[in-house]
Ligand binder design. Sequence first.
Ligand code: UD1
Length: 333
Amino acid sequence: MKKNILVTGGAGYIGSHTLVELYNSGYKPIVVDNLSNSSLNNIKGAEQITKSKIDFYKLDCTDFEQMNKLFEEQKNIDAVIHFAAFKSVEESVIQPDKYFSNNIGSLEILINLMNSHNVNNIIFSSSCTVYGSPEFLPVNELAPFGKAESPYGETKQLCEKLIQKSEINSISLRYFNPVGSHPSSLIGDCSADKPNNLVPIICEVASGKRKSMQIFGNDYNTPDGTCVRDYIHVVDLAKAHVMAVNHILNNTKIKTAYNLGVGKGLSVLEVIDSFQKVNNLKISHALGPRRAGDVEKIYSDNTKINIELGWFPVMSFESALETAWNWEKLKNL
Ligand code: UD1
């Protein structure tokens, strides 16, 4: 019988890509999402790709009663992947309470319900932001949590600690910078809020939605002066979730965290340059001041997940930029 995986936030960008990979690997995903910053189109897209019907509950994870009903109805949940959370660094600075109550509140409810319904495995959507500004690069999982650069970052640290303290088996996946879309262009980033991330902003310039973009600072201690990040294709990222589920279901007493990045740093200028080359477009950009809270450079040591889960990135950065642009074009039709 297929194993049931409850996916909170499954109608979102990373969640929807993970639904497809779960299904393709023989799991039965069950989605819960309040659609506040995601879209039913991602569920429909995932259904089209997998040619299957996906169980979907339009629910808010902070609604204890409704979530309890779901756990009662779906008696055999084997593991939970918890994506549902607010994710804008900028917004978290303006409305920190919104981030603390939603991101932490939903996890508390989930842990509580998992305990009472005997569901013992959770994969948590974390972020490299937990490291703050790491002392050594590439950063590995032994690095301590750094000073959180934003309330969003703080919620990720607090959630990892909450999970650590619980009795539940857990894997926290610390994402570096996810980019790109499924090659079908049937699922992608449907966030309702204005994009803050680099590649979606480049795409908006390409589509004419924005006239130009700013590079946030070119006086950093990096080869070309702009910030360095580790960009990972969302399909590779989604596949890592399936490997984490395999691992947690086949082992007992797991409490661990993995970096999820390709292990290579790219500067902002390199990303813009690659996007222009791959998609044969000109991206109008100007140098601007530094953005508050930005880390100068961060990229991953992914050895731990290579060795323990056998995960390696296989998708190219170029294909991420191509599919990101394809998604943007279709989204605007
Ligand atoms: C940050 C977090 C990441 C989190 C994500 C959520 C860190 C190191 N990373 O990503 O964990 O999941 O927020 O949104 O804290 N840039 C420009 N111009 C723009 C937009 C971005 O120059 O218009 C630059 C930024 O300054 C940065 C790079 O592009 O250097 C990437 O920015 P972004 O895509 O926003 O991601 P992070 O800030 O790295």
